[in-house]
Design a protein around this ligand. Structure first.
Ligand code: FAD
Length: 343
């Protein structure tokens, strides 16, 4: 695949990666943003979309999702390009001085500047721990839905009690041949509205529900034929036939491939200076929760400050010879025009 060429590649669409688009955009730097998740917002959108945050300056209270939505609105004038569901796996230096990044989905990016805003690392699904689970992973056992069409006319078993499990149950049920939702108990973490809709489907006969835990996987050559289920009420083990198993046990965060990028690390975080937030390798910056320096606080507002200072040096690298002017958005007609707002 041809490399996508741009000024800056940002690894991570959490709040700090999103705000970096704004600071870089003010300096005329075009950004592509890559995230392994299928949506922006990082921890804010994944872990606490409906919980209020009280320490964003000038915003007495907003939820994790509201902050994400406002950041997306704020960066819209700079037209960033997002690549979701892609994990940045490697980083190499080219002879022309640029960086080449590759993702697990086969995308390739070339840029003079890379900003790592990868938070605690990439979100990894908590996996099924049964001994033969690996045999089925990616073939008939999945931890994410990349393409809904793949589940058409399948006998589907969806496991989990959170929003992902319930949302995918509601979305895939109309496509699948049959759908069963399984959770270890009757109480769900998912939004009550989704739970009510799902149990409405159960009442109407379009969905089955089992309270239980997976105890065995059966099939051959990666293709599941059935699973064994231990019912929560202690009843006899159930033999449940299915073609595809979708498991949503939640996510954990791991540094992942970034650990192999050759950058200086301190306790699994990337060491940066506090003037430019550049790593031990010139042209590669790290902002937000992923970085470390003496006194670092893992707060969103710290990442916003880091993005502003990082952008100054990123500009010098990406557009050498151009002056970096310090300007206020309130008084600079040039910045006002870039933002597309009336002076
Ligand atoms: P993240 O939000 O972690 O986003 C990083 C993104 O990078 C993720 O989307 C991840 O998928 C992606 N990524 C990582 N590696 C790769 C890769 N190799 N390829 C592609 N994508 C990758 N902070 C506050 O300031 N105030 C609060 O009130 C507050 N409350 C919190 C409550 C909870 C429950 C939690 C868990 C955190 C809270 N925080 C709070 C912390 C705050 O959420 C983090 O400081 C913030 O999310 C860090 O932003 P980030 O952009 O650096 O990283």
């Amino acid at each position: 695949m041809d490399a996508i060429k741009t000024d800056v590649v940002i690894v991570g669409a959490g709040p700090c990666g999103l705000f970096a688009v704004f600071e870089l955009g003010l300096l005329d730097l075009k950004c592509h943003v890559v995230d392994v998740l299928d949506k922006p917002g990082g921890q804010c959108a994944e872990f606490y979309p409906e919980k209020p945050i009280y320490d964003i300056p000038g915003t007495p209270s907003c939820t994790g999702q509201e902050l994400t939505d406002r950041l997306l609105q704020q960066i819209r004038p700079f037209d960033p390009e997002f690549h979701y569901g892609e994990m940045v796996e490697s980083l190499e230096k080219l002879e022309n001085g640029n960086w080449l990044l590759r993702t697990d989905g086969g995308k390739v990016f070339e840029a003079p500047v890379v900003v790592i805003a990868a938070g605690g690392g990439s979100f990894m699904p908590k996996k099924v721990t049964l001994p033969n689970a690996a045999e089925f992973e990616g073939k008939s056992l999945f931890y994410a839905v990349r393409k809904m069409e793949n589940f058409r006319d399948k006998r589907l078993l969806i496991v989990g009690g959170g929003d992902s499990a319930l949302d995918w149950t509601l979305n895939l049920q109309p496509l699948a041949k049959s759908t069963t939702l399984m959770h270890r108990r009757q109480e769900f973490r998912a939004a009550p509205d989704s739970v009510n809709k799902a149990f409405g489907m159960v009442d109407a006969g379009g969905l089955s529900f089992i309270a239980g835990n997976l105890s065995g996987l059966h099939g051959s050559d990666g293709q599941l034929e059935a699973v064994s289920i231990k019912p929560t009420d202690g009843g006899e083990e159930i033999h449940h036939e299915c073609d595809n198993l979708l498991v949503f046990y939640g996510l954990t965060m791991k540094l992942g491939p970034i650990a192999g990028f050759g950058l200086n690390l301190h306790e699994n975080r990337i060491v940066v200076d506090t003037e430019k937030f550049e790593t031990s390798v010139p042209g590669i910056f790290a902002i937000g929760d992923i970085n470390w320096y003496p006194g670092k606080l893992k707060l969103i507002l710290s990442g916003f400050h880091e993005a502003a200072l990082m952008a100054q040096q990123a500009k010098r690298i990406a557009h050498p010879g151009q002056k970096v002017l310090f300007q206020y958005t309130t008084t600079s007609t040039a910045l006002v025009s870039k933002l597309g707002v009336a002076a």
